[in-house]
Design a protein around this ligand. Structure first.
Ligand code: HEM
Length: 103
């Protein structure tokens, strides 16, 4: 919001985003990852072996410290689990957009 405000104030090119668009980004960015996380918790509770492997990897990589980008990028098992949950229980499974072609 702040960077967008800086972007739109004082320029006449109208390149900023609107409040409606901010709203869409906010909700699209909350609902979909939230649904993914809830399904991940459900799947991990059904597959305790996977839960154990994920826990071991996270403990090994972060050693009780807050997560950082370097550590997140080195994870192997957790992204596999997230991708599998996205495949099995997609939080968003359709496209509303339609391609219009000119003839
Ligand atoms: C695993 C995570 C996510 C998945 C599976 C996902 C999936 C999708 C899909 C399938 C669409 C297209 C919908 C359509 O055109 O009908 C979409 C659009 C969109 N998503 Fe996500 N999304 C995810 C995360 C996020 C996050 C974190 C944000 C924002 C921080 C976000 C913001 C948006 C926005 C703004 C659109 C609309 C784009 C446009 O108007 O063209 N999404 N998402």
């Amino acid at each position: 919001m702040e960077s967008n405000f800086i972007e739109i104030s004082g320029n006449t090119k109208n390149v900023g985003i609107t409040m409606d668009e901010c709203n869409i980004i906010y909700h699209a960015g909350q609902d979909v990852p939230l649904t993914l996380l809830v399904w991940t918790m459900i799947c991990l509770s059904m597959h305790q072996d996977g839960q154990q492997k994920a826990r071991e990897e996270v403990s090994q990589v972060f050693e009780g410290q807050p997560p950082d980008f370097e550590g997140l990028n080195s994870l192997k098992i957790v992204p596999m689990i997230l991708n599998e949950v996205l495949r099995l229980c997609p939080p968003w499974y359709y496209f509303k957009r339609e391609l219009l072609t000119r003839r």
